[in-house]
Design a binder for this molecule. Structure first.
Ligand code: ADP
Ligand code: MG
Length: 249
């Protein structure tokens, strides 16, 4: 069975999508069979691996609605992770899910037929704690929390951990919190380190290493459908994600 990693934080701009794309690519470089799942209606992950959501007739939205299988919307790549893409229609899913019985397990059920084909399934959660994120967490074996180490970064961490705890109690007792991944990290400032230490202590969370350094290189890659591993392969950011992938194995 694959490890299914939910990348979650209800704060936007903390590098969830970047982490899903780049960590996934780094695991694929190591020979792992990787599937990325875009669970954000903004479809930034889908865009950033070079797929225009506007061109898609079907997406994860239709799979979660039922009647369409995950295989039917799966986009396979030659030497990069495969993708279950999102489209803006996914924005209506929270309301629809709320009307169903067992709305937390829809993604888990949808992914089941693909599980045997992958070593890793990595889910890009939207910046909310609603039913889409709960579906991501319910389908996962592990959750990784990207965190930008700045003042007020901790705001919301408690709520996220409460949500994770609810999922553990209600739908997914095996869900394991891998820890926080420091992103957009400026190691030169004592401040970043201090924020990180405070959060790790306050919430008893592991801090994953290495921290992902802040770099303008990250902004460039998704525009051409690549990750930093290809556009700046020897940059500190690329090295950090490769090291993280190695550590996860
Ligand atoms: P989220 O999915 O949490 O909203 P994104 O992955 O979309 O966050 O990242 C938000 C922005 O920050 C994007 O413009 C991305 O290119 C940029 N970014 C991500 N990681 C880094 C980094 N390590 N250094 C600098 N910019 C980064
Ligand atoms: Mg995102």
């Amino acid at each position: 069975m694959p490890r299914t990693l939910a990348v979650a934080n209800q704060k936007g701009g903390v590098a969830k999508t970047t982490t899903v794309a780049t960590l996934g690519a780094a695991l694929a470089e190591l020979g792992q069979r990787v599937l990325l799942v875009d669970l954000d209606p903004q479809a930034c992950l889908t865009f950033s691996v070079g797929v225009d959501p506007e061109d898609l007739e079907k997406s994860i939205h239709h799979v979660m609605l039922g009647g369409v299988t995950a295989q039917e919307v799966l986009i396979e790549f030659e030497d990069a992770p495969d993708l279950l893409p999102a489209t803006i229609e996914l924005a209506t899913m929270e309301v629809r899910l709320a009307q169903e019985g067992g709305p937390e397990q829809v993604l888990r059920t949808a992914l089941r037929p693909l599980r045997a084909s992958y070593d890793w399934i990595i889910v890009d959660c939207p910046p909310t704690l609603g039913l889409l994120t709960v579906n991501g967490l319910s389908a996962a074996s592990d959750v990784l929390i990207p965190l930008q180490c700045e003042t007020l970064a901790h705001r919301g961490v408690g709520q996220l951990l409460d949500t994770i705890h609810d999922v553990q109690v209600l739908t997914n007792p095996a869900l394991h919190v891998l820890g926080v991944l420091p992103t957009l990290y400026d190691g030169r400032t004592i401040h970043a380190r201090a924020v990180l230490d405070t959060i790790a202590d306050t919430y008893s969370l592991d801090v994953l290493e290495p921290a992902i350094p802040k770099s303008i290189r990250f902004a460039e890659a998704p525009a051409i459908g690549e990750t930093i591993l290809r556009t700046a392969p020897t940059s500190p950011g690329a090295k950090a994600y490769r090291a993280l992938a190695g550590a996860l194995l």
